[in-house]
Ligand binder design. Structure first.
Ligand code: GLA
Length: 375
């Protein structure tokens, strides 16, 4: 199977070790913590559920390159360097990802006392791609960060430069680019990258989830196997998100065929969060390609219907209650525009199956969602 034929599944360090509010604090980010999360990915059953990549985000670098211009790992956070870490992650049956930027300075250099050495890959693309290959990197998150440190390169040129270098190394690397949806990446990124961010950073709040969701409504035409819209990494299990909010978030990202990159502390997650992230019904919906990613069916509002076609001719449907009160949400077969009339409905949460009588009707709790499979 080709790289990223299905939305990538994994875990990334950023959302749990750093938050937008505490950007200066990298204290939790160590080799030990990353390995602990990788081990938890295995022990929790997430690896076996399909989560494959462990991605080390920003904050891994030393504050300078070596005398030959090579990137170095942070001396106290990753004292043994990156290659041994990648090796240990590989030994767990996982793949390893790393963060870099196309400009001269990384995002962390805005809020850590890193100083101004060129830790970004601008004009170091060839050497950095070679270094990543030598270290055993399988996934590169390449993050635009600061437009004022890109030597005037356009985003498309900057991201293409690294694409060319990745093509020249002898290692398949999943390429995830991020310019926060500023330059309509869905129009050009499918030719360069396996996934591209469509929005600013997702925060662990209901408001941020809903704002980000709204920005996905018009993007269904642009993704396909090998090239995915990325509404940002999961915040499931983070902040003060409730069980219902976590559920709605996960179901919605699943029907969007979004890469499912968990961002919670896997070492301390609750059984409820683990069970949600491992739910085989939801992961199967996410990984299935029915010809188009999911989108909003019908009007935006307090109660919404999001649906994606499934390859079996049926559909996966999320009934979403955005409001603060319980709400009855309905959808008909015509709303879903299916080629063949579905006969059965299955609830993802309970796997209970009933016959489909032409209309879905569910009472959904506030800030919650129900995921249904029509076959
Ligand atoms: C940006 C990205 C985040 C994260 C940080 C790291 O904000 O959008 O996902 O990678 O940079 O500094």
């Amino acid at each position: 199977m080709a790289l990223a034929d299905r939305p990538l599944l994994g875990w990334n360090s950023w959302n749990c070790f750093l938050t937008a509010e505490e950007r200066a604090d990298f204290t939790g980010l160590t080799a030990e913590a990353i390995l602990g999360c990788a081990q938890a990915l295995v022990d929790s059953g997430m690896r076996d559920a399909g989560y494959e990549y462990v991605v080390l985000d920003d904050g891994w670098q030393a504050d300078h390159r070596d005398s030959t211009g090579r990137l170095l790992a942070h001396p106290t956070r990753f004292p043994d360097g990156i290659a041994p870490l990648a090796e240990q992650i590989h030994a767990l049956g996982l793949r390893f990802g790393l963060y870099a930027v196309p400009g001269s300075l990384t995002c962390a250099q805005q809020y850590d006392d890193y100083g101004g050495a060129p830790l970004g890959s601008l004009n170091h693309e060839e050497l950095d791609a070679q270094t990543f290959a030598e270290w055993g990197v399988d996934f590169l998150k390449y993050d635009w960060c600061r437009a004022d440190h890109n030597d005037g390169l356009t985003a498309i040129d900057a991201f293409t430069r690294m694409r060319r270098e990745l093509d020249r190394i002898d290692r398949p690397v999943a390429y995830a680019i991020s310019e926060y949806g500023r330059f309509e990446p869905w129009l050009w990124a499918p030719r360069i990258a396996h996934m591209w961010r469509t929005t600013d950073d997702l925060l662990p709040t209901w408001a941020s989830l809903m704002r980000t969701l709204d920005l996905q409504a018009d993007l269904a035409a642009y993704s396909r196997p090998g090239a995915w819209n990325d509404p940002d990494m999961l915040q499931v299990g983070n902040g003060a998100l409730t069980d219902g909010e976590n559920r709605a978030h996960f179901y919605l990202w699943a029907v969007l065929n979004a890469p499912l990159i968990a961002g919670n502390d896997l070492r301390t997650m609750t059984a409820g969060v683990r069970d949600l992230l491992c739910d085989p019904e939801v992961i199967a919906v996410n990984q299935d390609w029915g010809g188009r990613q999911g989108t909003r069916i019908g009007p935006a509002g307090a109660g919404e219907v999001w649906a994606k076609p499934m390859s079996d001719g049926g559909a996966a449907v999320v009934l979403l209650n955005r409001s603060d009160a319980p709400l009855e949400i309905t959808a008909t077969a015509e709303d879903l525009n299916l080629k063949t009339a579905p006969r059965t409905v299955r609830e993802a949460a309970t796997t209970e199956t009933s016959s489909f009588e032409g209309r879905l009707r569910r009472l959904v709790a506030p800030h919650d969602a129900t995921l249904l499979r029509l076959s």
